[in-house]
Design a protein around this ligand. Sequence first.
Ligand SMILES: [Zn+2]
Length: 418
Amino acid sequence: MSLLIKDVQLGRETTNVYVEGNRIAEIGPRREADVVIEGKHRLAIPGLVNLHTHAAMTLFRGFGDDMTFQTWFETKMRPLEAKLRPEDIYWGAKLACLEMIKTGTTTFNDMYFHMDQVAKAVKEMGLRAVLAEGLIDGGNPSVGQEALKRVQDVNRKIEALKEDRIVPALAPHAVYTVSKESMLAIKELADKKGYLVHTHLDETRQEVDDCLARTAMRPAQYLDHLGLLMRDLVAAHGCWLDAGEIDLVAKAGARIAHCPVSNMKLSTGQAMPYPALRDAGVVMGLGTDGAASNNNLDMFESMKFAALLQKHAHNMPTVLPAAEAFEMATLGGARALGLDVGLIDVGRLADILLVDLKRPEMTPRHSDLSNLVYAGHGNIVDTVICDGQVLMKGRRVKGEAEIMEKAGTVAKDVVMRE
Ligand SMILES: [Zn+2]
């Protein structure tokens, strides 16, 4: 199957983008294909990469706002999560996929529970995802052993889908919820199977203080000590990384997912030290985090918040300019996950958005890049192509009314459930 986006704006040029199968085959004069999409008044940009989220938490959107991190996590999220059934996760993930498509995300890095259900939703919705079954053992290694069996079982189910767009991974939740024994077992499994590891790191001051009290090491030092601070690690937040930890992260080649909206909403108390991480050469992307702490999955909003938070935190408007925010949301995330996306170029996977240039937010066109980061929201995206398949055209996604209805019903039921 071939697909042609005709007369589309790509950077400052008007051209044609030709896709064969799931890759971009040509950018240039070609005018014919099996499927032709009119690109006039449209700007082609790479599909966005959400580097840290918990997709199915869309079910908890608007349930438990305006409280401290500990209260939110321990009294709202954990009790609800204990009640979740596989089918709830499926509908929550479907809703998340729908929202991501409608706001231009084509790849996401997800950590949650019953991830085989998320995989099913992703497969049906046509997105690209790295999916990791979250592991929490509350510091009890025997609980961890059982959990790790479940993780392996889920990963086998995901692998059995034989879907190139969906990659299984491992997710020790954080240093404060997972025992040392389980961390080491995860490291061993990651090495053996080549899995990416996805975790939370240095999110709150309390996490750092507790880790210091327990291990005499800061969280990144502790992960390094366990062998988990490595190239194949995506660590979310990194708000409290100090100079020594940044050095360790850079040396290990670990990747950081900046989640500015979630960090501000839960008041993690300090912004991720972006300038120091950048100077150290650390690969960084952007994440929304789950919809319970954001409360949307709109990566356009996260680009703007990242730029604004960093400028504000460092009292310096030159920090994190638009081009860097855009790169974090595209190529940065792609590099962090080791995926061939994040750029519109020949040979790359065909994950492409067409942004509507006939929108007030995109007018005037002094700088499309500035408009994308500082003026636009997800609703400027008109067309979404992922892996060479059209997932949205004219802002319409197949089955969207049913997904919203089912997810709404399920979410209400979970909250009411005894
Ligand atoms: Zn998270």
